[in-house]
Design a protein around this ligand. Sequence first.
Ligand code: ACM
Length: 503
Amino acid sequence: MSIARNLCLSLFSALMLAACSQPKQDGSAYEALMPMAETILLKEGVFALEESITIGFEGFSVEASESFIKVIGDQALAQGFAVVKEEAIKSDLSFSIEPNLEPEQYVLEIGTEGIDIKAGAASGAYFGWQTLRQILLLQEGQPNANVLRAAEISDKPAYEYRSVMLDVARHFFEPEVVKQLIDQLTLYKVNTLHLHLSDDQGWRIEIKKWPNLTAHGGLTEVGGTDGGYFTQEQYNDLVAYAKSRFIDVVPEIDLPGHTNAALSSYPELNCDGIAPELYTGIEVGFSTLCADKEITYTFLNDVFEELAAMTPGPYIHIGGDESHVTSEEDYVKLVDFALDKVRSLGKTPVGWDEIAHGAVDQTTVSQYWASQENTEKAYKKGAKLIISPAIHAYLDMKYDSLTPIGLKWAGYLSIDKAYDWSPDALVEGVSADQIIGTEALLWTETVATVSDIQYLMFPRVLGIAEIAWSKKEKRSLASYKARLESHLKLLDRLQIGYYKGLE
Ligand code: ACM
């Protein structure tokens, strides 16, 4: 029941009733949404939320609604609201599944009697809730902060793959840090978290058949500090945590280069049988798996089998970048083996754009990070594409020459440059339906702490999340910059650190 109605009912004289007026709300927060919504239609009237919100479900399985209510209940509570499940559909906030909508599409109707979120599937209902949650966060601290202007917001994503990558190999980050990042990204409708789990500097995921990968290969990180790794139990918990927020985790095992940590853990994986030292520097391109040894393929079989068993989502990333000391013939043999292995496990393989040299086809996703030529080769063979060029999407690039951490090999990456591009405009001749989405990437050579992560990620990740969600025709840099001002205040309220060069 709304505050307005409560107030009115409690008034007893006709005279006072005449004085009962609705709290005002102009709905300006709707214009500050990030990613911007497809259409917003303001209507007459308001709906005022009380601290306790009743919610109802239609078309959800009991299991789905239980998980949903737990997650959105936690998110609401963090904003000062308690949600209470109602059996009746006429609640303050009602979620329903409408089969004629696409899975991630939603319609958020704020009426004077309550709020309805209709979606094609639970994922869409969840993104509709993120929109509502963001409106409340944007209104926080303003007069009538819990009063919502009546409106109809219709929205759906431009791309199905809206991803952020975190490199936990160069520097390791504990599960709690990754969960916190998931909580931050979900507000911006990110639906994929790509974890770079192995590299020259560390192996970060327990593989039961090859325990030394983590016992030895996980010991250190860049700079020689202690490393770390996820046990399978921790990793499964992380994946479930992400899944309950409609985020799929894409695990990456990088091969055949970027494998020093594995080679250091098992001498038999090296062509000469000698294990190299653990590596704590930041050079690339010096390590390779040995294509001529049978044990290499046993290793890859075991690793991808255990990884697939921990991956409910559709994708597994096989790396494939910067294998500068692998011959072309060996590269193709090893990459093709990994691609086939991942496919045989019922997953879609993803690889960096160099994998175009191998047997990529329509069952493969090529991730454009550096080479347009490789990317053209991949899509001409029918591969799907993730468009995440280093010059726009690598959030480990410094903002400018004054930025204390980060790299600059792909150029400085200002807030404007991270936003002002479009995935379908970077590769000649590709058909739009071959592009599945984009990704903001954070490599961690210079990123050692949570505040380092936040400084490089925020606010640039908001821009890439918007590119992934909002249609190109609707976006503009001027609108983004205007809305960003509200979102910096929102990040402050959520105690999320960010680069303050804008101020
Ligand atoms: C990469 O940045 N080497 C994919």
